[in-house]
Unconditional design. Structure first.
Length: 295
């Protein structure tokens, strides 16, 4: 068997083109452009690249982006005041606070201060709580998990009853992905650094989501033949042979898994583009809910 390569770039491009079309229609109806505020604190190179890519995509789709870049020594109070200000601005429909935040900042408190209806990342405790409860719908679903589900659905529209194993329990990816898969009726196992017998657990997975942030953690002999493998990893590793001195590596040993899996995401071009597409989608949804005309 040779795995289908799930083309995240292509799927994301289609979603983004639909969003651009909907934004054009909004303009015809004299509705304001969706507005996304990005908040970047510090100078982490990876975070800077992520935020820059989000801002560029906004520009391409007709979303107004308002970038706030704060120094690494920003104090809690300053960031809280910025969040209050963004919450109150009616032209801003979505707020993205890029994570991680520097150590002196209480991240959970900052996320808790966001207006949950502008929380396009879905990280506010109300949104996280609503995702966890079967009977409630969150205002927003976190972007990477929502993108992962779309990728899985592109090869397997109905996942009810399938065994899903999620490696990683972060609040940004692992935990909400597990909840989303469970809401879609998969049988979900969450693994983390204390889990014992990871290869055996992984081998039971019809859907394996690798979100541990450990380069090439998942090997070919962890894979059940025909499984859907989603690689969320994106780690910079030193590489003296590369021009930049580093290369970006996923959480799976892609080449050796391709002959065994049924479908797999590449890196780059898998989950990454979907995260941005889902952020754009959430921003458009946020704007749609605050239906106010320009005049
Ligand atoms: N850091 C890593 N992934 C994300 C994300 O999806 N959203 C935010 N805000 N920060 C992140």
């Amino acid at each position: 068997m040779t795995a289908t390569i799930i083309d995240g770039s292509k799927i994301a491009a289609k979603i983004k083109s639909t969003i651009a079309e909907q934004i054009r229609k909004r303009a015809e109806e004299e509705l304001p452009a969706p507005g996304l505020a990005t908040v970047l604190v510090g100078d982490d190179p990876a975070s800077r690249i992520y935020v820059r890519n989000k801002i560029r995509t906004c520009e391409k789709l007709g979303i107004r982006s308002i970038a706030h870049a704060l120094p690494a020594d920003t104090q809690q109070r300053t960031l809280e005041e910025l969040i209050d200000y963004l919450n109150a601005d009616p032209k801003i429909h979505g707020i993205l606070v890029q994570l991680p935040l520097p150590d002196q900042i209480d991240e959970y408190r900052i996320l808790s201060l966001l207006n949950p209806q502008k929380d396009v990342d879905g990280f506010h405790p109300i949104n996280a709580g609503m995702l966890a409860r079967k009977e409630s719908e969150p205002w927003f679903i976190p972007c990477t998990p929502a993108g992962i589900l779309r990728l899985i659905h592109s090869v397997r529209p109905d996942i009810a009853g399938l065994n899903a194993v999620v490696i990683g329990r972060s609040s940004i990816v692992g935990m909400p992905t597990a909840q989303l898969l469970c809401r879609n009726n998969a049988t979900v196992t969450i693994c983390h650094s204390y889990s014992v017998g990871l290869p055996e657990i992984a081998r039971r997975a019809d859907i394996l989501v690798a979100a541990a942030g450990e380069p090439r953690l998942v090997r070919a002999d962890w894979i059940k033949p025909g499984a859907i493998v989603i690689d969320v990893g994106i780690t910079r590793v030193d590489d003296s042979e590369s021009e930049k001195g580093y290369r970006i590596v996923g959480d799976t040993d892609f080449e050796s898994i391709v002959p065994i899996a049924g479908a797999i995401t590449p890196m780059p071009g898998g989950v990454g583009p979907m995260t941005i597409a889902m952020l754009m989608r959430n921003t458009l949804i946020a704007a749609g809910r605050s239906a106010c005309k320009i005049r």
